[in-house]
Each structure stands twice: as C-alpha cells, then as structure tokens.
Design a protein around this ligand. Structure first.
Ligand code: ADP
Length: 473
C-alpha cells in the first residue's frame, strides 16, 4: 500500500499455516527496494498536511480504526490464528488488544502537552513544545502480528507522523488487513504505507533511507543491533525491543498451585513465543521437587494442536526453521547435562504442521546455553536455589532485562524484588508475560534500546521537543 494505492510486487510468496502446511492463507508481495523509496517519498509528501491536521480529526480516524478492528474481530482472529499458529482464543485477545490500542491513542492525540517556564531573562517566557518527527519506519516480528504493528502505528499517527510499515515475512496477512482497515477508515493517501518483503531488502532499505526520521523495531537482538548501528550512522532516532531470558522466581512461601499456573502460562502459553516468556524458573530448594513434578503433570495435560481446534491449548511452532531451532536447543540442553522432565518431542497431528510438546528441563544451571540464549519456543529450565538472595542474583545474571517475576507471600521480599530485579517490567504473583497497553512496555540491558513503547510515554519517541523563548514587545 503505497500512497493510498495497492501496488503489485514483481514477486510473491505463499503464506502457509504452521498448523497445516496445506492451508495457504494467500500469496503476499516481496517488494523491492525501489518500492520502499516510493513509500517513503509518499509519506514525506503527506507529512505537512497530516502533521498540521487538527488533533480531533486524527483522534476520530484512530477511533474508527479501533472500532473497525473490533467489528472484524472474528475474521481477523481467524486469519491471525491461521498464519501465526496461536490458538484462536489468544488470537482473538490479540485482536481486541489492537482495537483498544487504537482507541487509547485516539485519546492521546488530544493530550500532547508542553511546559511553560519562567525564563531567566526578564519579561521573557520559555516554552517547551512537541512536534512530530516526520516519516517513521516500523519493522515488526511475527509473534504478535497485529498488536505490535498497532502499538507502533497508533501513537505515530496520533501525534502527526507518517508511517512505512515492514511486517515480518511469516505474517503479512494481519498487516495487510490492518492496512486495508486503516485506508478504509479515512487515513489520507501516503500517511500510512505498507511494504511487505524480506528484512534484507525491504527492512534494510527502510533503515538506511535518509527520508526516514526514526525507526521503531521489534525482533531479534542480532537484527536490532545491526539496525541501531546503521541508524546511528545517519543520526536517525531508533527504538528497539528485542529478546528476553525472563526469570520467574518461586519462593517456598508462595501459593504453590498458583505459582504452577503462573509458570505454565508465562513459560508455555502461546508456544513460548513471547519475548516476555518465563524461560528460567528459579525455585527455592524446599519446594523444588514438588514444583517440578506438578508443573510436569500440568504440562502433560495440555493439548498441543491445530490453532483453530477448540480443544487446543497450545498451537504449533511458527515455522519449520523455528522448530529446528527449538529441537536443537533441546538437544543442547541434554548434552549439557540438564534433565528433560517432560516434552521436547516433535508431534504428529491430524494435519501436517510444526508441533512440539512443551519441554521442561530440571537440574539446570544458569550457565547452560538453554538458560542464557533466547530460544523463543516452548522450552523452560528450572534452576534450584537455596534462598531469595541467590534467586535474585541468578535472576539478574543475564544479558537481558525485559520482564522478571516472583511468586511469594512476603510483601517485604516482593517489594525488594520489584526494586532490585534488573528488568523493565516486574511481575509479583503474575506471569512474566501479559501486559497492559496504557503503561510503558520495555526492558533494560540487552532487551531494549531507546525510549519506551505504549502508554503515555510513547509520546517521547514519536515527537521531539523544541524550546521557544518569547519576549513580548
Ligand atoms: P526473528 O528471528 O523473530 O525473525 P528478526 O530480527 O530476524 O527476528 O526479524 C524481525 C523483523 O526484522 C522482521 O520483520 C524481519 O524481516 C526484519 N529484519 C530482518 N533482518 C533485517 C535487516 N537486516 N534489516 C532490517 N530488518 C530486518
């Protein structure tokens, strides 16, 4: 979608369901670098009028987009479940999230504020004001194919920017339908552009294009680091959300049943394919054995199956390469001496897809690769610790810092963990995954770079400030 028109690309690629490789959702474009240039040029041309538009107009359009997403909920949820493989209930919840995000930022469009300060010079006033950046490039991953584009696009448009979105190769359908809705809801031509295709061609051109003022990226740490280096070279603003190796601490005083449900949800739901998934379960020794055996029993009771089957609790892994990666990590875990308590088997189902039983390792150490590197699959390792102090040290001994959780009945320890866990999001008696959209999302250390996404803080990335000094004559 470039300058308000749907353009054919010279090549297309089949979008295949990971639940059933015979289910082809569609054939989506592999755009060229020239098409990226066309999209950026269109966005630049659209920017002056859009950025000067009265905020209420932008708010109304965003509100309409949010409502349309809600109206098309059933359809979009099914497309999402088919192309990404999360079970339908999770897909519908993600669509709801996208709808809410647009409506939240519809309101935020009216709340761009500044600051008035007495100047140090007499009879003079200083004001700090905000303005949009221009063209923002967005590069998104496959694991939340409608919610992540939504939480980047909505604030960008709300504050008067124009957008070029490059969605993940594996999930173009959600982005395509979102673009269709955005266009149908009255966003002017060129204000929002969609360019589908590969990271190496489309993504790379977007990052290098001098007409793109800022890049918002969610994806792997390797790609994020490359993008940051290129963006820095041309002084473009950049925001990166990358990996996690999120710890969940379970202390002896926790409600064990609740802690097991929290671990189950945080580590394995949505096939563990969440950057906030709890992949390191750090458990106090006195409850360790009970925790492991009961969590394993719960895992065996889950149904891994087709994303659209009503009785599936966990869908397939997103793709064949990702399945191969998960299996390789499971092998590495065993070779390093971890004990595979349950799961880790490639499964056959009624349709041909990428099914893997959720894998729980025990007797792991924090030095093992399975506890240091992000796997991005239904794999978690349990680490036994003597007490809270050791648990906190292990939790923080990682290069990542996205989300961290603790299960405990002690308010004192929970507060200590809240303030000492090196993570951008801290969860007390809650799964590490699962966040609200009206508060900031992001991490510390190697997980994030740049200012926060979502919530009121999103304005920091999508606007820049300027300072005006004013002396009345
Ligand atoms: P994942 O392992 O989840 O696919 P990636 O970081 O490779 O993570 O992908 C996230 C997004 O980044 C995708 O949209 C992908 O196409 C894009 N991407 C991959 N490589 C590059 C690159 N060199 N430049 C820009 N974008 C890229």
């Amino acid at each position: 979608l470039i300058d308000g028109a749907w353009i054919d690309a010279p090549q297309t690629e089949a979008n295949v369901s990971p639940s059933d490789i015979a289910d082809v959702i569609g054939h989506f474009p592999l755009a060229t670098a020239d098409m990226v240039d066309g999209a950026v040029d269109a966005a630049k041309r659209a920017f002056p009028a859009w950025s000067r538009e009265i905020p209420e107009k932008r708010a109304d359009i965003l509100d309409r987009i949010g409502q349309r997403i809600a109206q098309e909920r059933a359809f979009l949820g099914e497309v999402l479940a088919r192309e990404e493989g999360k079970v339908l209930a999770d897909a519908l919840a993600e669509v709801d999230r996208a709808s809410r995000v647009f409506r939240f930022f519809a309101g935020e469009a009216l709340r761009v504020t500044g600051e008035t300060v007495a100047s140090l010079r007499g009879q003079c006033e200083a004001t700090v004001r905000r303005r949009p950046l221009g063209v923002v490039g967005m590069i998104t991953p496959w694991n939340f194919p409608i919610a992540i584009p939504a939480w980047k696009i909505a604030p960008a448009l709300a504050f008067g920017n124009c957008v070029v979105l490059k969605p993940a190769e594996l999930t173009p359908a959600c982005a395509w339908h979102l673009a269709r809705i955005i266009r149908e809801c009255g966003v002017p031509a060129g204000v929002f552009n969609l360019v589908c295709g590969s990271g190496a061609v489309v993504g790379d051109r977007l990052v290098r294009h001098r007409g793109v003022a800022a890049i918002s990226f969610t994806g792997s740490t390797t790609t994020g680091a490359r993008i940051a280096a290129i963006a820095a070279g041309r002084m473009a603003r950049v925001q990166l959300e990358m990996g996690g190796k999120n710890p969940l601490v379970v202390l002896a005083d926790a409600d064990l049943d609740q802690a097991i449900e929290i671990a189950l949800n945080g580590a394995f739901f949505q096939t563990g394919q969440r950057c906030t998934a709890s992949s390191r379960l750090i458990v106090e020794a006195s409850v360790h054995d009970a925790f492991v055996s009961e969590l394993a029993a719960r895992l065996r009771s889950l149904n891994v199956g087709h994303a659209l089957d009503a009785d599936s609790t966990i869908g397939p892994v997103v793709s064949e390469p990702q399945l191969a990666k998960d299996v390789a990590y499971i092998r590495a875990g065993r070779e390093e001496g971890a004990q595979l308590v349950t799961g880790g088997e490639v499964l056959e189902r009624r349709t041909e897809g990428f099914y893997l039983s959720p894998a729980l390792f025990a007797e792991t150490t924090n030095e093992m690769r399975i506890n240091r590197e992000e796997i991005f699959g239904p794999v978690a390792g349990v680490i036994r610790v003597a007490d809270y102090d050791e648990a906190l040290a292990v939790a923080n001994d990682t290069e990542f810092g996205l989300s961290a959780g603790i299960c405990t009945a002690s308010h004192k320890i929970a507060c200590h963990f809240r303030d000492h866990a090196e993570a951008g999001m801290v969860m007390i008696n809650l799964p590490t995954a699962g966040v609200d959209y009206h508060v900031p999302f992001g991490g510390s250390k190697g997980s994030s770079f740049g200012s926060r996404e979502q919530g009121r803080q999103a304005v920091e990335f999508y606007t820049s400030t300027y300072t005006a000094y004013d002396r009345p004559l």
